[in-house]
Structure formats: structure tokens, C-alpha cells
Design a protein around this ligand. Structure first.
Ligand SMILES: Nc1ncnc2c1ncn2[C@@H]1O[C@H](COP(=O)(O)OP(=O)(O)OP(=O)(O)O)[C@@H](O)[C@H]1O
Ligand SMILES: Nc1ncnc2c1ncn2[C@@H]1O[C@H](COP(=O)(O)OP(=O)(O)OP(=O)(O)O)[C@@H](O)[C@H]1O
Lengths: 216, 216
């Protein structure tokens, strides 16, 4: 079985460690703060108080036996230093969170495979949700293609997907409908939309924009 | 035009404020730390140094003229106090970030409309990405229904969507294919899948699990 390491047990690191264990994978969780280790030790396979910016201490922790290590430390300098030490210990798969574009660029230069921005991602989603009356959620799934959760307006109500022809008219795809009591995944052409139903719609950013304008 | 308030200009609050302005909506950005206000003031309509836990100071800031206010303060006690003051000032639409379930429960009791967990959300996504070789991203779009970005394996290669009949066999829907040079949204039945292509697949959690098992 693959083993994972998580360094930094703040909100993000703790969530990664606990979710990995829930999925059945053993985790070595490290933090330089005893209290944070204490809070996590009952949910992970191994937990250890280590200052990860100290190369000997990190080496002695056994982190290099992990296939993948997540660096979840907020302080930019520490995060960069820890990623560098991991690279020198021979850890191939390193994922790190970053607080800015410049932080990401340095991490990538060191050899970090993937960089995530938990706060910026959520900031984008919240701003898009707030500025459109009918949008409950707005997720960029790949650059230029978005998934929105859209509350069906009166203009959409009482028609089925065939009549609405959203794919032909706008290039967008209704991939699921939440009718309150049940969620229909891959709705068929005959499925009728009621006002207030939750529609999950995927499309190119500009196509979603046209759709919103038409039915708002 | 709707006006928005953002209290707390850390990574999350700054991202919300800047994205709202990019979408064309004026923002009043508040923080008790002058440096954080300084960093944001060129990107927002209004910026002010205010201790938001002080009711008179918050009232004088003009935040109650905002239709929606986002509370992006990390300290749990401050976040709760600020949300309470906003509620008493008559702000109806309050969105707040939370660090734990208990924090969320208190905010909801006070009247906060929506609570987000930037770090926990990303923790879930990263853990799911890391534990499946072919999954590049894993987003829960609504409880029980997920969207995954999946690298097409050899077993899927050379066949079109009609032949694969993924909808009939597993109840899942390929909603987009990224072939590297272009992204096809709402692929047709004749679209052929090549090994290594990025597939965006939506389905119920258990159906995605069955699909992964079959094609891994
Ligand atoms: N040198 C280090 N070695 C090990 N752990 C560290 C080190 N420096 C910081 N940490 C730990 O990393 C964790 C996350 O850091 P911090 O709280 O500063 O960031 P954050 O970005 O606010 O975290 P989050 O948003 O995930 O809650 C903390 O638990 C902290 O104790
Ligand atoms: N009473 C207050 N009034 C106004 N702003 C405040 C108050 N208390 C804290 N803040 C600001 O809220 C912002 C976010 O708080 P903090 O950095 O503690 O949380 P965080 O969860 O680590 O943030 P993020 O993850 O978004 O970077 C900071 O810029 C801080 O100055």
C-alpha cells in the first residue's frame, strides 16, 4: 500500500491527513507544534513532533519512505525550505500549498509536482456565487470550462431539455438536476425542468455567460 | 449595482475582494492591519483600517450599506463576534469562512447565510487526487455526486463513447474531453477516446467507484 506524509497540521494539512486515512491509506503526520500533533494522532497511522526545516530531524522521521508528501505549512520560507529538504532526501512526489504566484514559482523550480491554493480557489468560487442571483456554486474545472449550480428561473420552467435545446443554442450541458428529493445524474431529453430546481451545468465560460444573460 | 463588503484581508478575503471587483462589483474591504489594507487598496473601490470587533467602528465604516458581507477572519472568536455585530447592524446576507463544524454551527445560529471551508474543501480534493493513479481532480458537486478529471487508460483507448456505453453500464457521464490542444464540451457519441486524454466525468460517488475499478 502507498504511504503518505503530511507536514504541517493546520486546517488544510489535517484535512488531507484525515481524508487519506479515511480512504484507507497510512499517513505519517508531522508538525513542530505538539498540540497539533496531539489533535491528529488518533486519526492517523503515525504522528510525530518534528521541526521539518531541520534536515537531520526530517531524515530521522522516516518521511523519505513515503511515496507522496504534502507540504501544508503556511509560512512561505519554511514551506520552500521543507520542500527543498524533501527533494534532497529523494522524495519524488511532493505536493505543496502556496499563498501566492511567486511562492508557486519557487516551489515548482525546486521540483514540487503540484501546487494548490486553498484560499484563492474558494475566493474565486464565492465571488462568482455572490454576483449571480441564481448561481449556488461556480467551479472552474479546467481553464475556460466551468461547472455552475444554477437555480432554474421561471423562463426555464415547464419545458424539457429537448425543447430547451441548451446544447445546440449555447453549447452547454445540463449534467445533473437536483429536484430536492432526488438527484438525477445524466438527465434525459424528456426530463422537465421545474422552477427552483438545482441544475448542474457545464460549459465554456463564455457560453455559460450567454446562457445566464438569456435566462436571468 | 450591488455593493459587497469583505472583512479580513488574508489570502481568502483578498481573493474574494479582488474577484468581485474583476466581475465589476464595488467592494468595501476592511482589515484591522494597515499593511493588509495597503496591499489591497489599489484593487478595490473602498478600503479602510477598522477593528471589526468594535461595533461603533464597524457601524461608522459604512459596511451596513453593503448588500452582502463576507467575513474572512481566521480567529474563531472574532469571526463570531463580527458576524453578530453585522447581524445587529441589519446586514441580511452574511457569508463567513469557518475552521470547524462547531464554528459553523455557531455562525448559522447567529444568522450567517452560508459558511465555507476553504482548507477542508481542498484537503478532500487533494486526498482523493493522490489516492487514485488516474485522477487529476476530484470535486464533490453536491452530496453523493462527484466530478472527476480522469486520465484515460489503455482499456478505454481507441473506442468511442457509444461503444463504451459508460452511461448505461455505470450511470456516469463524460461531460468534457481535454485532448491537449482542445477541450470538447458535451462530447458526442462518435467521439473517440485516446489513452492519456483528460476525461471530465460526473456521476454518483458509488458509480464513479465502480467505473474506476473496471478501468484502472
Ligand atoms: N518547521 C515546521 N515544521 C513542521 N511543522 C511546521 C513548521 N512550521 C509550521 N508548521 C506547522 O504547519 C501548520 C500550518 O501552518 P500555519 O498555521 O502557519 O499555516 P496556515 O496556512 O494558516 O494553515 P491552514 O490554513 O492549513 O490552517 C501549523 O500547524 C504549524 O505548526
Ligand atoms: N477584528 C478584526 N477586524 C478586522 N480584520 C481582522 C480582525 N481580526 C483579524 N482580522 C484580519 O483578518 C484577516 C484574516 O485573518 P487570519 O490571517 O487570522 O486568518 P487566516 O484564516 O489565516 O486567513 P487566510 O487563510 O484567508 O489567509 C487578517 O488579515 C487579519 O488582519
Amino acid at each position: 500500500k502507498k504511504q503518505f506524509g503530511v507536514i504541517g497540521l493546520g486546517r488544510f494539512g489535517t484535512s488531507v491527513a484525515r481524508n487519506l486515512e479515511k480512504l484507507g491509506y497510512p499517513v505519517l503526520a508531522i508538525d513542530n507544534n505538539a498540540e497539533n500533533v496531539e489533535q491528529v494522532k488518533d486519526y492517523v497511522s503515525f504522528a510525530d513532533i518534528v521541526d521539518a526545516t531541520n534536515p537531520e530531524a526530517l531524515d530521522a522521521s522516516g518521511i523519505k519512505n513515503c511515496d507522496t508528501v504534502v507540504v501544508a505549512v503556511g509560512d512561505v520560507e519554511s514551506s520552500i525550505l521543507i520542500s527543498l529538504i524533501l527533494e534532497e532526501l529523494g522524495v519524488v512526489n511532493i505536493i505543496a500549498k502556496a499563498a501566492s504566484d511567486i511562492h508557486e514559482r519557487v516551489l515548482k523550480k525546486i521540483g514540487v509536482k503540484e501546487v494548490v491554493f486553498p484560499e484563492a480557489d474558494m475566493g474565486f468560487r464565492v465571488a462568482n456565487k455572490l454576483t449571480s442571483a441564481n448561481i449556488l456554486d461556480y467551479i472552474e474545472i479546467t481553464p475556460g470550462v466551468d461547472l455552475i449550480e444554477y437555480i432554474a428561473t421561471k423562463k426555464l420552467s415547464g419545458k424539457n431539455l429537448k425543447e430547451l435545446a441548451l446544447r445546440n443554442r449555447f453549447g452547454i450541458n445540463v449534467i445533473a438536476i437536483n429536484k430536492g428529493n432526488e438527484v438525477i445524474v445524466s438527465p434525459s431529453a424528456e426530463d422537465v425542468i421545474e422552477e427552483g430546481a438545482d441544475l448542474f451545468i457545464v460549459g465554456k465560460t463564455e457560453d455559460i455567460y450567454e446562457f445566464k444573460k438569456e435566462f436571468e
